[in-house]
Design a binder for this molecule. Structure first.
Ligand SMILES: Nc1ncnc2c1ncn2[C@@H]1O[C@H](COP(=O)(O)OP(=O)(O)O)[C@@H](O)[C@H]1O
Ligand SMILES: [Mg+2]
Length: 233
């Protein structure tokens, strides 16, 4: 059995009388420790996949299995525990608490989980030891995203889910963030799933899942993923 499995997953949003088919029978697997890129155009269903995998939303039909557990069967209480302990999220717009320092932002996340990592070690690992006492408004966008990554990692999650993590960053800063995510995946053996609408980034994935109109268009395995340093767009 795979570490993560989507089995014929459908997600239909109902808005009044209108039904929006966001996912129409999605199938894929992800191995533990894999760096996975989910690519596709805006509206393809990428965020829906991530939200279901992260326990932020529930499928309409189908099975989602994570680490031997059928999370698609979970009730709200179990999903909350799963979201807290097993999943780290990184979003496009960092979502840091503005009146807390870098350290306090990371510390806050560790307070809700059962087995957190060392706060200072984690901040050091993302290269922010010198900015530990700064507030978000005092650091750059790239540094703020590093805080968001540290906050997610400090929870010691099984899976790190990143929805367009470089969407608000300039070219070079975005590349540095992708490098940090890739290195984290390989060094800490965390499974990392990154959503992007930039197909160039696909080359760095161990696995690339292309999504189109709510369906998986293709799944590619890269025997030799390209370093982000060698990818240009
Ligand atoms: N909460 C929601 N309610 C209604 N429709 C939604 C909701 N979330 C997403 N959708 C729709 O589902 C489709 C897929 O959205 P999404 O997964 O966000 O795509 P992507 O992340 O690839 O841009 C889109 O048509 C979007 O408008
Ligand atoms: Mg999206």
């Amino acid at each position: 059995m795979s570490f993560i499995e989507f089995r014929n997953v459908w997600k239909i949003y109902r808005m009044g009388n209108v039904k929006i088919k966001a996912l129409t029978g999605t199938n894929f697997t992800i191995d533990e420790g894999e760096f996975v890129v989910i690519a596709g155009a805006s509206g393809a269903g990428k965020s829906t996949i991530l939200n279901l995998l992260g326990g932020m939303d529930s499928q309409t039909t189908g099975k989602i299995i994570v680490d031997g557990k059928e999370i698609s069967e979970y009730n709200n209480k179990k999903l909350t525990t799963y979201r807290r302990n097993d999943i780290g999220f990184v979003f496009q717009f960092y979502n840091l608490v503005q009146n807390l320092t870098v350290r306090e932002n990371v510390e806050l996340a560790t307070q809700i989980v059962k087995d957190p990592l060392d706060i200072d070690e984690t901040i050091k690992a993302v290269g922010l030891e010198d900015r530990i006492s700064n507030f978000p408004s005092q650091i750059s966008g790239g540094e703020q995203q590093r805080v968001a990554i540290a906050r997610a990692l400090a929870k010691n999650p099984k899976i790190l889910l990143c929805d367009e993590p470089t969407g608000a960053l300039d070219y070079n800063t975005g590349k540095q963030i992708l490098k940090l995510l890739y290195d984290t995946c390989k060094e800490k053996k965390v499974t990392v799933v990154v959503i992007t609408h930039n197909l160039a980034i696909s080359a760095m994935g161990d696995k690339v899942i292309k999504v189109k109109n709510g369906a998986v268009e293709s799944i590619t395995l890269n025997e030799n993923p390209v370093s982000i340093d060698d990818i240009e767009w």
